[in-house]
Design a protein around this ligand. Structure first.
Ligand SMILES: [Zn+2]
Length: 323
C-alpha cells in the first residue's frame, strides 16, 4: 500500500472518505491525492507518532484502520450491525448518520470529539484540537546492544481486583502492556526474562520480589504508572532503594532513557523504602513512566507511547549491563 501526492483512483477516494470520517479533513472525496489529502495524511502521521512524510503507506494504513475499527466497535456496542473491518463503507456511514441524529449531534458523518464522547470513546482526537497538547513520540531506532543471558525479573504492578491508579486508562493494564513488550525486546537481545504475572490477576505485594529472589534474577524491574488527584500531573520518575548504589545507577540509566526518548517532564529519582525495591535481593527499580490519571499521558500511551516506554526502559537496562 503506497498512496502519495499525484496518485489517483478509487483507493484514494476510499482513503479520503476514511480520513474525513476520522476528522482528518481530507477535503472533497474526488480520488485525487492533492495537497489537502497530503496535509490530512501528515496530521494522521503526527497524531500516531509516525514518520511525517505525507505518503500513505502500511504504517499510516494500520493507524487509520485502527481508528476506524475502534469507532465501528463502539457503534456495534450501541446496537448497530456492521462489520468491524476498518474501512468506512455504506453500513458504517448509515450507522454514524443515525447515531448522530439520535444523539442530537451535528449530522456530518465526521467522528470528531463530540461524537467520540457520545460513543463512549474516551480518547480525544488531537487533530484541530489545539487545547490537547500531546508530546508526539519521535521515531528513533531501537537502542543498540545485547544481553548475555542475564536474568531480568519484570513485575507488572497491580492486577485483578487491584487496578492501581485509574484515569482514562487503568494502571494495571498499562503496566502489563509495557511489561510484556519490554520482556519481548529483552528476549530478542539475549536476556532471560521472568514475569511475576502475564495476565490480569491479583497478587500479594510480597510475592513479587519473592519471585525475583527465587529465580536469582540479576535485576528486578517493577513497572508502574503514577496517579494523582490532579489530572494536570504528568511526567516520569523512577524509584530505588535508599543506599543501593547499583539500584541507583540502574534507576538513573532507566530514567535517562525515559526522559531522552519520551519527552515527558523529568520528576527525578526517589529513593524510598517500597516493598518491591526493599525485599528484592538484587538491584531493583520501580518505574512510573507516566500518569494513569493524566488524560494527555493516557492519550500519548495509547498512541505509540506504550511502545516507546518499553523501548526507553530497554535502553536503560542495556546501558546498565553494557557500561
Ligand atoms: Zn502502581
Amino acid at each position: 500500500m503506497k498512496l502519495e501526492r499525484g496518485t489517483m483512483g478509487t483507493a484514494v477516494a476510499q482513503l479520503q472518505g476514511d480520513l474525513n470520517f476520522c476528522a482528518y479533513d481530507a477535503g472533497p472525496v474526488d480520488g485525487d491525492f492533492g495537497r489537502k489529502t497530503e496535509e490530512s495524511v501528515l496530521a494522521l502521521q503526527a497524531y500516531h507518532g509516525l514518520e511525517k512524510d505525507g505518503i500513505y503507506g502500511d504504517h499510516s494504513d494500520a493507524a487509520l484502520m485502527g481508528e476506524v475499527q475502534i469507532i465501528q466497535e463502539a457503534l456495534t456496542k450501541h446496537g448497530y450491525h456492521l462489520a468491524i473491518d476498518g474501512a468506512v463503507g455504506s453500513e458504517t456511514l448509515a450507522a454514524i448518520t443515525d447515531f448522530q441524529k439520535k444523539n442530537g449531534l451535528t449530522v456530518d458523518r465526521i467522528v470528531g470529539n463530540e461524537t467520540l464522547k457520545s460513543l463512549g470513546i474516551e480518547i480525544p482526537r488531537a487533530v484541530n484540537q489545539s487545547e490537547t497538547v500531546v508530546p508526539s513520540p519521535t521515531v528513533k531506532p531501537l537502542p543498540a546492544g545485547n544481553g548475555n543471558g542475564q536474568l531480568v525479573c519484570i513485575n507488572p504492578g497491580h492486577g485483578g481486583s487491584d487496578p492501581g491508579a485509574c484515569g482514562n486508562l487503568q494502571e494495571k493494564d498499562m503496566n502489563l502492556v509495557v511489561s510484556l513488550r519490554l520482556g519481548q525486546l529483552l528476549k530478542e537481545r539475549g536476556f532471560e526474562v521472568v514475569y511475576t504475572r502475564v495476565d490480569d490477576r491479583w497478587m500479594a505485594l510480597s510475592d513479587r520480589p519473592a519471585i525475583a529472589n527465587a529465580n536469582n534474577a540479576d535485576i528486578f524491574v517493577s513497572i508502574h504508572h503514577n496517579g494523582s488527584a490532579s489530572p494536570e500531573s504528568s511526567g516520569t520518575l523512577v524509584i530505588c532503594y535508599p543506599g543501593s548504589s547499583k539500584g541507583l545507577r540502574l534507576a538513573q540509566l532507566v530514567l535517562n532513557g525515559l526522559c531522552n526518548r519520551m519527552g515527558l517532564s523529568n520528576r527525578g529519582i526517589i529513593q524510598r523504602d517500597d516493598s518491591d525495591v526493599t525485599f528484592s535481593n538484587m538491584p531493583a527499580i520501580i518505574t512510573e513512566g507516566m500518569f494513569a490519571t493524566s488524560p494527555s499521558d493516557c492519550h500519548f500511551f495509547s498512541n505509540g507511547g506504550a511502545e516507546l516506554e518499553a523501548q526507553c526502559i530497554l535502553e536503560g537496562i542495556l546501558a546498565y549491563f553494557n557500561s
